[in-house]
Design a protein around this ligand. Structure first.
Ligand SMILES: [Fe+2]
Length: 330
């Protein structure tokens, strides 16, 4: 990693966090009462160390130059079950819910956790682990391919403001790094001409494999601009693997921007008890390829999506829902 400062990484006192978690968790089960669980976690977030809350407040309000915030040494589930084969196994077999609570606590401090009905079989807490049959697909469950830099669900009318990844079990070979590239690191290299193209709705997104794009077609989603926001603090939504430009200039702009971001990418190796918050407006993320063993001890992350406000979902879809049911027509 590059320079690590407190606005990018915070190491908590695990014992202090265990006490907070225990006093609020009180045997609650997110797979039986999600709303009660999320509320308890939100209330617990007010007992987090003041210094961490202050850093998270700044990150929520302003982002940072790296495009992520890493919290290390959080409490872990004791006697953790094997890395699940089936995506739904944790909801039936996991004995304790510390990982889910850490995600809900930090997610609740930032905004409102939500999910999509199509993603991860509709699980609210996504289980990300290597899966044999998806080893070479553009999917978070792949392993044999580099999962290239992308914004999360760039094609969706409601994409997450933040995605949170909690590491339950790290990659034993320490190959599987999460890759991140921040727009802040390249903004000064974006020429006025490139900026002007990227800010126009000239880019057709592609729908993710997990949302039904089994043939991994490019450009079958909505048309959007890639760059938006303040010139001094530009924001982006970009998925070079699945996006196409609608003009020759737009196609060149995709390549140019991808090359700039690739030149500044950084790797974060997540270990058990780490929670990574990715700013989905200021950075792209991906993952190195790695070797899975499929023996129950492979890398296992849980992920949630967080929106600043779910009122946006009500406005867009005319429905008040935490699990977004919007579907894409062909
Ligand atoms: Fe992703």
């Amino acid at each position: 990693m590059q320079t690590i400062t407190r606005d990018v990484q915070y190491v908590v006192d695990r014992e202090e966090l265990c006490e907070i978690t225990e006093s609020y968790l009180q045997g609650q089960n997110p797979y039986q009462d999600l709303e009660g669980f999320l509320k308890a976690a939100f209330l617990a977030s007010h007992d987090l160390p003041a210094e961490l809350r202050s850093a998270l407040y700044d990150f929520r309000a302003h982002g940072n130059s790296e495009g992520y915030f890493l919290i290390r040494s959080l409490p872990c589930d004791e006697n953790l079950m094997n890395t699940p084969e089936k995506i739904t196994d944790p909801s039936q077999k996991k004995q304790t819910f510390v990982s889910e609570f850490c995600l809900a606590m930090i997610g609740g401090f930032l905004g409102h956790p939500f999910s999509y009905i199509q993603e991860n079989c509709g699980n609210f807490f996504h289980n990300i682990r290597p899966q044999k049959e998806k080893a070479d697909k553009i999917s978070s469950e792949s392993s044999k391919i580099l999962l290239d830099l992308h914004s999360e669900t760039a094609f969706h009318p409601l994409y997450p403001d933040w995605l949170l990844l909690y590491c339950l079990r790290g990659d034993r070979d320490k190959q599987a790094k999460t890759i991140i590239a921040s727009i802040a690191h390249i903004k000064d290299q974006i020429s006025p001409q490139l900026d002007a193209v990227l800010r126009q709705p000239l880019f057709k997104t592609g729908i993710d494999y997990s949302f039904g794009n089994i043939s991994q077609d490019r450009g079958n989603g909505p048309v959007i601009p890639i760059l938006y926001g303040d010139k001094d603090d530009p924001l982006l939504i970009f998925d070079p693997d699945l996006m196409i430009g609608l003009t020759p200039e737009a196609s060149c702009a995709i390549t140019e921007l991808k090359n700039l971001l690739d030149s500044k990418k950084d790797g974060v190796l997540l270990e058990s008890g780490d929670l990574l918050v990715v700013d989905n407006h200021r950075s792209l993320h991906g993952r190195n390829k790695f070797t899975p063993y499929y023996d129950g001890k492979d890398r296992w992350l849980q992920r949630i999506y967080v929106a600043e406000s779910l009122l946006r979902a009500s406005r867009l879809f005319g429905k008040k829902e935490r699990t977004i049911t919007y579907t894409f027509s062909d």
